[in-house]
Design a protein around this ligand. Structure first.
Ligand SMILES: *[C@@H]1O[C@H](CO)[C@@H](O)[C@H](O)[C@H]1NC(C)=O
Ligand SMILES: *[C@@H]1O[C@H](CO)[C@@H](O)[C@H](O)[C@H]1NC(C)=O
Ligand SMILES: *[C@@H]1O[C@H](CO)[C@@H](O)[C@H](O)[C@H]1NC(C)=O
Ligand SMILES: *[C@H]1O[C@@H](CO)[C@H](O)[C@@H](O)[C@@H]1NC(C)=O
Length: 574
């Protein structure tokens, strides 16, 4: 296969887009000297075995994920020329199972006056009886002014929808003189309402107030902005990649974006450029008022709930009608240096696609790796009723610890010894830094040591500590994923990530699952209520030299009730 045709067009534009990238793009570090530094070899040491990544080069946001005609499509912001951000096109891969992928030629690339300086993130909407339409952000000029554009498949009968066209007639479909053109991007999937209009959102900000603008259309090409944003919040800065969708109050099934009704709540998620994390609320959508109101149990803004408390950004969800579920994709960036990325020849992965649904108490979402991931499980190892006294580290032997899936239920006989929780501890991440895994606790820290070297020079612990809240019998559960000892390499970003877990402990049990994949530890606490993805780059704990332990450093004894660990096969991604 020669170079894809699109690249020829693209190369002609590349020098222009480099100029542009230098001046406007505040949301990715720009390395003009590196972004077209082509990749000659791909370093496999820390490459993932089953997390999605293309064969080489840089990726960031997932774009327009969808299921159409029996095929899953994933597009992603992609630099076809190197391993740092730049020269962005829409990479395109297709799959029948969300796990094994076939890479196609880029789906979108700058080619028109309305997207000459960039084809940035967007979403797909399946129009009943017509097929998919992509809405995306085009960058029109060197100053970085953003407009919203649409693209449709060139040949709807092509099972892989390889080629996309951007009709000149209506494009760009949204450009708005009243809106700051450098803070206006990432259109959502559209939904249809009873008044005969399609609606969609675009992220923005005014001064420092983040917001999602709402647009309405009868025909999908003429769009009118509603008078007020659907929602906004002060001091949150630019809202990138907004996502807005219904969730069912009963059960785990996902819903088509156009579903309304009494048994439905809505979720609004934004990626905050200021913190580079994602926050969501659960609330009520008043469709005929074009308003969304978060529930009083959902904190709006920075203190609020996150999909994930680690490297997880620019996520996008879609409804999968083949299995009646909503699936969430997100970009997990690297934690090494740009120079490392150039040497590796790749940067950026996608988190494992997660099924999302509303927890039965209605206050938060629950996420769990799609069931298809289980098809990669190989040899299984079990551990049952293993007691862990304070200071015990027990190795789980017989697994490929650098590429594994581990699920466990921990139990304890009492919470009496739990340390008192200081109400001043509002930030979970700070508390993870302060408490760490070595400091003795009352109940916990207990959990996993992943990607550990034989003599524990390197390890990435994922663990819980349980505290007694001052009010009555309540408890506070802290979950941490701590990269501080993950590598002897000192030039890395090695944060200790943390989140609180809203879980009922009456049964004196808590579960943990970690997907370990060479440079990723992606963990799901309490069945997916609190999740943390860490990127780590061990130097010793690699491939067959990686080990896996369960541990307890609390006074209260912990029991590993039931642990299952699987060797994970590699997914196909080429
Ligand atoms: C469209 O795709 C179908 C299926 O691959 C193919 O048979 C047909 O020739 C294509 N049409 C055009 C105009 O390329
Ligand atoms: C428009 O947004 C950009 C990028 O966030 C910001 O630097 C600039 O000050 C804004 N301009 C106005 C007029 O608000
Ligand atoms: C939150 O809203 C519910 C109704 O949705 C109401 O019953 C409750 O009193 C409110 N709580 C607070 C603290 O405002
Ligand atoms: C991922 O990389 C780390 C280390 O460079 C940064 O601190 C994060 O801000 C970045 N995350 C995103 C979403 O860009």
């Amino acid at each position: 296969m020669g170079p894809p045709k699109c690249l020829n067009v693209f190369i002609a534009l590349c020098s222009l887009s480099m100029i542009c990238n230098n001046c406007v793009d505040a949301f990715h570090a720009i390395h003009p000297n590196l972004q077209s530094f082509s990749v000659h070899s791909v370093d496999t040491l820390h490459r993932t075995g089953f997390h999605f990544q293309p064969p080489r080069n840089w990726i960031n946001d997932p774009n327009a994920p969808m299921y159409y005609n029996g095929v899953y499509h994933l597009f992603y912001q992609y630099n076809p020329k190197g391993a740092v951000w730049g020269n962005i096109v829409w990479g395109h891969s297709v799959s029948k199972d969300l796990i094994n992928w076939k890479v196609l030629e880029p789906g979108l690339y700058p080619s028109k006056r309305f997207d000459k300086y960039g084809c940035w993130s967007g979403s797909a909407t399946i129009l009943p009886g017509k097929g998919p339409v992509i809405l995306y952000t085009g960058v029109v000029d060197k100053k970085g002014n953003e407009v919203q554009c649409y693209a449709i498949p060139e040949n709807i009968s092509d099972p892989f929808l390889r080629k996309w066209v951007k009709p000149d007639a209506f494009n760009p479909i949204v450009f708005d003189d009243d809106i700051n053109g450098s803070a206006f991007r990432d259109p959502t999937t559209a939904w249809w309402s009873k008044d005969g209009h399609w609606r969609m959102l675009v992220g923005g900000k005014v001064k420092n107030r983040g917001m999602a603008y709402l647009y309405r259309s009868k025909d999908f090409v003429n769009w009118v902005r509603a008078k007020h944003p659907i929602h906004s919040a002060p001091h949150t800065g630019m809202w990138e990649c907004p996502d807005f969708y219904p969730v069912s109050l009963r059960g785990r099934n996902g819903l088509d974006p156009s579903v309304f009704g009494n048994n439905v709540k809505h979720v609004m998620k934004n990626s905050l450029d200021m913190t580079r994390y994602e926050y969501y609320t659960v609330g009520t959508y008043l469709w005929n008022k074009d308003k969304y109101i978060p529930d009083n149990t959902s904190e709006d803004g920075w203190g609020g709930l996150r999909y994930d408390y680690g490297n997880f950004y620019a996520s996008k969800s879609f409804y999968d009608p083949s299995k009646n579920r909503r699936i969430l994709w997100a970009w997990a960036n690297e934690s090494d240096t740009k120079e490392d990325d150039v040497k590796k020849g790749w940067a950026g992965i996608q988190a494992i696609p997660r099924t999302v649904w509303l927890d039965s108490h209605g206050r938060q979402l629950v996420q769990w790796p799609v069931e298809e991931l289980n098809s990669l499980r190989g040899k299984e190892v079990n551990m049952r009723n293993q007691k862990l006294k304070k200071g015990d580290y027990v190795e789980v032997k017989g697994i490929t610890a650098a590429q594994a899936d581990v699920e466990v239920t921990f139990s304890f006989s009492s919470l009496d010894k739990a340390e008192a929780f200081d109400p001043k501890w509002v930030n979970a991440e700070d508390l993870c830094v302060q408490k760490g895994l070595k400091l003795e606790g009352g109940v916990g820290p207990f959990g996993f040591l992943t990607l550990a070297s034989e003599k524990l020079e390197e390890f990435t612990p994922v663990f819980f500590t349980i505290f007694k809240a001052s009010n009555n019998n309540k408890h506070v559960v802290l979950m941490c994923s701590d990269a501080r000892s993950s590598s002897l390499n000192s030039e890395l970003y090695k944060p200790s990530f943390g989140g609180f877990v809203d879980v009922n402990l009456v049964n004196k049990k808590i579960s943990l699952r970690s997907l370990i994949d060479h440079s990723v530890v992606e963990s799901f606490g309490a069945g997916g209520k609190t999740n943390i993805l860490s990127r780590v780059y061990p130097t010793l704990a690699v491939n067959n030299h990686a080990h896996f332990f369960v541990f307890n450093n609390g006074i209260e004894h912990i029991t590993v009730k039931n642990l299952k660990a699987w060797n994970m096969k590699s997914a196909i991604r080429d």
